[in-house]
Design a protein around this ligand. Structure first.
Ligand code: PSV
Ligand code: MN
Ligand code: MN
Length: 387
């Protein structure tokens, strides 16, 4: 089926942000398997991310995680990225790997620890100034394991106070994006467990504070596209962390576990105007534990592109007519027709017409880059999730 000019122009503008940490080694708490050619520093992670953009023209920005991507000279990292045709995107803070944060960071009752956590975020904003990044993304690993362990309400109040101070430091167009997650590492209560809590916290800050929706951060069976619709209604959908999951926060390749869910999410994003809205950032948050990392990221952005094309091919008029006629099965069929449409041949043709390889996975495999980094990057400490 040919893609319409409107679909192609939306696809042309599509941009998916890559996480620097997807290129490092990662694993489970049981084992981290090393892969040949894994980057040894943030500069090499950016170089690998640039390959994904080179073969897909879909991934022009790279998110950093601090301190995993700590460097002496962020202006140099920025120039390095720009030389490779990409720019630095979201800065992710990290308050989950320091002993001081065992019982909380931005919610902690100990002023010294809370101060340290706030200062970390202020340092992240200094980095944003140097990298030219717009967004500070905050995910908090804070909560408790046993009923009675923590004062739930006081922690919400301290969280708001901490966020106020961080938000006040933002300048110009900079934004704060607060990510939620229903459990893990805490198992009884989590301080920002759901979109409602994130919304309440950011709404009290101001216009440039938004919610981040990580697709792996909900209870099984949650209707994620409903949350997408609601946050867009409220003007508070700031960004996505895309990944897919079979069980919990699996961080697998987006569209791998449940392509239909990805289709439904993108359909709602489009209905809410999010595909054309630069205020909605489409980021990946994935780990490639056993597969090659660069092809894993190429596959991911292509999955998003393919599902976007399918979501854009829903016949809106037919759907509206069927809904108004209470034609339950007719309306469902309109959606399913688009979902079952194989857009891959049309996308391959379109890529070629833009000077890209029809099959970016094959083109990358044939490029020799993987063999080159495997040969060049021997020795040294491999950077990874948590390194
Ligand atoms: C937490 O599970 C999370 O989704 C946050 O976005 C972290 O920054 C990220 O994972 C680390 O991979
Ligand atoms: Mn995430
Ligand atoms: Mn996660």
């Amino acid at each position: 089926m040919p893609l319409t000019p409107e679909t192609l122009s939306t696809l042309e503008a599509q941009s998916i942000e890559l996480p620097s940490w997807a290129f490092g080694n990662s694993g489970t708490r049981f084992k981290v398997f090393a892969t040949a050619g894994t980057p040894r520093d943030p500069f090499e992670k950016i170089a690998d991310a640039a390959q994904v953009n080179r073969f897909t023209a879909l991934a022009p920005t790279v998110a950093l995680h601090i301190p995993w991507d700590k460097v002496d000279d962020y202006a140099a990292l920025r120039r390095h990225a720009e030389d490779l045709g990409v720019t630095l995107g979201t800065i992710n803070s990290n308050t989950f790997q320091d002993d001081d944060y065992k019982f909380g960071a931005l919610t902690h009752h100990d002023d010294r620890i809370r101060r340290k956590a706030i200062d970390h975020h202020l340092e992240c904003i200094d980095i944003m100034d140097a990298t030219g990044s717009r967004d500070l993304k905050i995910w908090l690993a804070e909560g408790s394991n046993y009923p009675g362990q923590a004062d739930l309400r006081a922690r919400q109040d301290r969280l708001q106070e901490s966020l106020q101070e961080i938000y006040a430091r933002l300048t110009g167009e900079q934004r704060l994006v607060l990510e939620y997650k229903f459990f893990e590492p805490a198992f009884y209560h989590t301080d920002v467990p759901d979109w409602g809590t994130s919304y309440v916290q950011v709404a009290a800050l101001g216009e440039r504070a938004m919610v981040c929706l990580d697709t792996g951060h909900h209870a099984p069976g949650t209707n994620i596209e409903f949350i997408v619709m609601q946050l867009q209604r409220l003007g508070k959908l700031g960004s996505f962390d895309f990944n897919s999951r079979f069980y919990a926060d699996d961080d697998l390749i987006v569209g791998a576990a449940d392509p239909f869910q990805l289709f439904r999410i993108l359909f709602e994003v489009n209905r809410g105007g999010g595909l054309q809205n630069p205020d909605v950032v489409f980021m990946l948050d994935q780990c490639h534990n056993v597969e090659e990392k660069i092809p894993g990221q190429i596959r991911s952005v292509l999955n998003v592109q393919e599902m976007t094309a399918r979501a854009l091919s829903v016949d809106g008029d037919a759907l509206d007519a069927a809904q108004r006629a209470n034609d339950v099965l007719g309306a469902n069929a309109v959606l399913m027709d688009a979902f079952y449409t194989d857009v891959r041949p049309a996308l391959a043709e379109w890529r070629e017409s833009r000077g890209l390889a029809a099959d970016p996975m094959a083109a990358y495999a044939a490029s020799g880059y993987q063999e080159k980094i495997a040969a060049d990057r021997v020795g040294g400490v491999q950077a990874g999730w948590g390194a």
